[in-house]
Design a protein around this ligand. Sequence first.
Ligand code: SF4
Length: 376
Amino acid sequence: MNRIERTQELVGILEREHALSDEALSDLLDILEETGAERTVQIRDAIPAAVCTPEEAVLYAAARKVREQYYGKDVYLRGLIEFTNYCRNDCRYCGIRRSNTKAERYRLSDEQILRCCGQGYALGFRTFVLQGGEDMYYTDERICGIVRAIRERYPDCAITLSIGEKSRESYLAYREAGADRYLLRQETSNPEHYRYLHPAQLSIENRKRCLSDLKEIGYQVGCGIMVGSPGQTREHIIEDLRYMQDFGPHMIGIGPFIPHKDTPFADEKAGSLYDTLHLLAIIRLMLPGVLLPATTALGTIHPAGRELGLLAGANVIMPNISPGDVRGKYLLYDGKICTDDEAAACGRCIDLRIRKAGYITAMSRGDCAGFDTAHK
Ligand code: SF4
């Protein structure tokens, strides 16, 4: 059996059964890596950079087919509000880690956050994502107050929090205040690799405890990984896929590792665009109804990265609607795109990219397929 036949066989199994053995997954990743030297198959004429190998074409076409069965041509937008870049943690890959004294710190007031939501709502956004470091200034009371205010003003919008590890009681309080979704990437599922990337006081066990609590409480939960992070092996990737499939998140955020100059990983190599696209497509086939963003990090390592992400099975984009004067300060990695654009310009640019990829910008809440929101 040649490589293309083997790819067709493995992708066919993934499409039918949403599962592959560890050996078969490794085999598929090997083929995709080995055949990656020459990309000649055009995926979409409107995007000159959208070329792939025949093996990738098989994988991406299957991922798009499955994604369209669940979500049609819709791409959901999330208005991202980065409301604080203070953080008590010291993750080794992160540009806003506590020990980076060069990071220019900021916090948004409740009024500033609500103004971002107002502008976002006027532009058509129906999901707001409040993202920040683990900043103890924002007590549970403050977070609940902000969530309640957004919920009251915009009852038709989904509210997503992405503010790190908390107690089960805190997660419960935010949910009762009106939060619908929670993003908490584990970055790697392997305990040893986790210890290499994170400070000693953080553990994969607690991160998984948080994710389980969030799911039990009734959030739509997002986890995710960095692709190509320092020390990552093929076994780690397979362990990540296995964990995510067992956990069954509603959203999965994956993006390439990109070094930040003021971190211990400043001189490490960035993750690859193609490895990320392969994993996006494989995740789409393993968890067909998952919400899968084409991340800003993907757009940072390649000018057409987000369009390519959509063509590999992604169905969400998260434009930044934070105030213009703080956008350049929330730098988890170097070279981050869209730090100068205003929200309206950003929305227009994203809409054009989505249409070029052959999809439609959907300005709805964009809940996970099959998730019961009736209790809201
Ligand atoms: S990755 Fe998150 S928790 Fe870690 S230092 Fe950065 S903002 Fe803080």
